[in-house]
Design a protein around this ligand. Sequence first.
Ligand SMILES: [Zn+2]
Ligand SMILES: [Zn+2]
Length: 390
Amino acid sequence: MKKNKILLLLLFLLFEIYTYANTVSVRILTTKIINTFIFTPLESDYTVYADGELLMECDPSGIFQMNIEGDFIRLKTFEKDLGKFSTIKIIAKKAESSFKIKSVIPSGKIRTYDNDLEIKLSPDKRQFILVNKVDLENYIAGVVESEGGKGSNLEYYKIQSVLCRTYLLAHINRHMLEGFEVCDDVHCQAYVSKASDGTIKKAVLKTKEIVVVDNNLNLITAAFHSNCGGETCNSQDVWAMTTTYLKSIQDTYCLNQSQAHWERIIPLEDWQEYIQLKYKQSINSKKKANIITSFNQESGREIYFYDKDLKIPLKNIRADFKLKSTYFSIEQIRDSIIFKGRGYGHGVGLCQEGAMQMAKLKHPYENILHHYYKDVNLVDVSALNYFRQE
Ligand SMILES: [Zn+2]
Ligand SMILES: [Zn+2]
């Protein structure tokens, strides 16, 4: 793809003159209905603005309490009542800044976030809309830690960082009408606090502004799953979605990992009932019952559970029996059906346990992404912005 490389190079040379939004506005505590909370700066001094006017300065010893009173926000310190307002903005004086927030009514855990906080009420004045205006890379680190947990290695966190950033930019307009860009719930990406793991922060900085795009420079749908069992799936075989990059590949890296194998036993009677009821297939002859009670995918993943008269999508069987994957064989042992399965999850895109293993074996994160996503490019988000302005 020589042409694409030249185009990307041109974009890299040109993007310097364009700036991209380097902050993101995230609604925090989205799923909580809070009446009263406390705000405390952790690092840096903050400036408090109320209804657009400068109200006061505060240092890390300051504590503010806010509660809903009628159609307004009542703002207090320990010493005094500062009044009632419609909007409050608490803006950090330095880039390195963070704050603590704790719901008092109802009682909640302390959460910490980087950068600024904007506070307003929902249109019905029943709840707070708390918006964390946060440096984009700080947000990515918070999401990587919230979603993936601590304890993985640097190369693996680089993958997570790039995929989180790609997802964010693909969904940045989701909540535009509500006055923020993304929420902190799994609806967008889980973001329960700022990152505390140094390796995660390093991975985010090392991949700063990098996203994954397909050959048409569209941000990819960065699908991933726990373990593919040795072979990933084409997106169109699992969802009604054809892409150039979510293609089936062979993967040996996940074969000895914790989610590589599973087993499930169900009564033969249940299985035959299922086949009969669900697909109105009568199983009278012993011969036919034998055919339907034995199936394997030894030569690779199949899409259908197949018998001469019967074509059942494996994904339906997976959903109906709540199986870990569609990559299974079945056999009958006396009056039971034994499912012997491989992998965990839908099987599309990146296999997390395989990627983790590749990272441990010192494969660079770029190679790992290219292993799981076919024909993709890693580009600077600024270059992408430039392309979009064209
Ligand atoms: Zn959302
Ligand atoms: Zn795998």
